[in-house]
Design a binder for this molecule. Structure first.
Ligand SMILES: [Cu+2]
Length: 88
C-alpha cells in the first residue's frame, strides 16, 4: 500500500514536470506582426506545443513539453528574435 502511494505521487510529479506553461510580458510587442514573429520563433522550437500572443496586452503564453523544450531555450529564442521577455 505504501509503495502504491509513492508511485501515484511520483507519477503526478512526473506529469507535472513534463508539461509546462508560462505567460509573460514582452514590452517590445507593438503590433500583431511582433506577435507573429514571436509565434513563429517559438513554434519552431522542439517541444513547444502552443504559442499565443496578445498584442494589446503585450503578453505571450507558451506551452511546452519538458524535455525537449526548457524555459531557458524559449527565453534565448525570444532574445534571438529580439523580443526578450521582461522578466529574467
Ligand atoms: Cu509589431
Amino acid at each position: 500500500m505504501k509503495g502504491r502511494t509513492t508511485c501515484v505521487v511520483m507519477c503526478l510529479v512526473e506529469r507535472k514536470d513534463a508539461m509546462a506553461t508560462k505567460t509573460f510580458t514582452v514590452s517590445k510587442i507593438s503590433c500583431n506582426h511582433c506577435v507573429m514573429t514571436i509565434e513563429k520563433a517559438l513554434g519552431a522550437l522542439p517541444g513547444v506545443t502552443s504559442v499565443s500572443g496578445d498584442a494589446a496586452a503585450k503578453a505571450v503564453t507558451v506551452e511546452w513539453n519538458e524535455p525537449p523544450a526548457t524555459w531557458d531555450a524559449i527565453r534565448s529564442a525570444l532574445k534571438d528574435a529580439n523580443y526578450p521577455p521582461d522578466e529574467g
